[in-house]
Each structure stands twice: as structure tokens, then as C-alpha cells.
Design a binder for this molecule. Structure first.
Ligand code: ZN
Ligand code: ZN
Length: 166
């Protein structure tokens, strides 16, 4: 869990606390199966007192292991998430039930950092935009070994027509 003491910045409007640190994935409640992070997670940003709420702005980044969904190659890439969240003092009126709240002078920023990084992962991972993938006929990685297999399935009616023309 990552908690930030905001006692100082609550004393005056626009009070800001800079955030610049590294954290273990476990501190953000991120498991290896959720996101295979290499090394630590970097967090850079700030928490600002904007009056009614505290505003968390942060850039969360980590090196992650990915698996190309076309050629099944493993590779690593940088994942970056922008986090922007409001924190309400607990018990303040009209606050939605799913809003982040804080008690006394401690803000727990674990959840938005965690969610930000998990949501930054693309659903469909490609090692490169034009990855050629694996040949369905011979199984070769076509990025490395271009093969000459015929992977275009021929429409049987068209084949019959060709036969007829002959
Ligand atoms: Zn690939
Ligand atoms: Zn092939």
C-alpha cells in the first residue's frame, strides 16, 4: 500500500506535494499474473489541494513483459499510464459511493496507480504494428522465416469455375 501524508498541503489552498518514487509491484497490489513487471514501478506527479478535494496527478510507468498475440514472441516494453483522481474528505456531503475518500491526513493512492497501470495494457498485444505472425500451414515465424505456403483458402465454387474455363 502506498500512503501519502497530506497534513501540510491541507493547511493552505494550492498546497502541493510532489511525488517521485519507485515502488515494488506488490506495494501496488499487482501480481505477476496480472501484469509481469520487470523491476520497479516509477511514479511521478503530485497531490494538490484544490479546495474541496485533493487532486492526484501522476504518471505511472513500468517495464513489462508482453507476449505477441500474432507470433507468440515474448518481448518487453514500457507501459505508461496517466492518473488523475479526486480525493474527498470522508463524510463530506454529496460524495458518490465509488469516489475516493481520505481520513485524517492520509491519502491511500494505491488503487488509482494500480488500476491506471493495469488499464494501460493493450488488450491485443503486438510485438510490432506489422507483425506477420505464424504461418498456419508450416508454423514458421514469418517475421524471421518468410515461407511460400499458400495460406489463401480458395473458394471451392471459384475453383470449379477455373476448372471449367480450362
Ligand atoms: Zn509478433
Ligand atoms: Zn508456411
Amino acid at each position: 500500500m502506498i500512503k501519502v501524508n497530506v497534513a501540510e498541503i491541507r493547511k493552505h489552498l494550492t498546497g502541493t506535494k510532489l511525488l517521485r518514487f519507485e515502488a515494488e509491484p506488490a506495494e501496488l497490489d499487482i501480481t505477476e499474473t496480472e501484469l509481469p513487471i520487470i523491476g520497479k514501478v516509477r511514479i511521478e506527479g503530485d497531490i494538490t489541494n484544490v479546495g474541496d478535494v485533493l487532486l492526484l496527478k501522476a504518471l505511472v510507468s513500468a517495464r513489462v513483459n508482453r507476449l505477441c498475440s500474432r507470433c507468440l514472441k515474448e518481448f518487453s516494453a514500457d507501459s505508461v499510464a496517466e492518473v488523475l483522481e479526486k480525493y474527498y474528505p470522508s463524510g463530506s456531503p454529496g460524495v458518490e459511493t465509488d469516489a475516493y475518500v481520505y481520513e485524517s491526513d492520509v491519502v491511500d493512492i494505491t488503487e488509482p496507480l494500480r488500476e491506471g497501470l493495469l488499464l494501460a495494457e493493450p488488450l491485443r498485444v503486438l510485438c510490432k504494428e506489422d507483425c506477420l505472425g505464424i504461418c498456419p500451414v508450416c508454423g514458421a515465424d514469418r517475421n524471421v522465416h518468410p515461407c511460400s505456403c499458400n495460406t489463401v483458402t480458395v473458394d471451392p465454387r471459384l475453383a470449379a469455375l477455373k476448372q471449367f474455363i480450362k
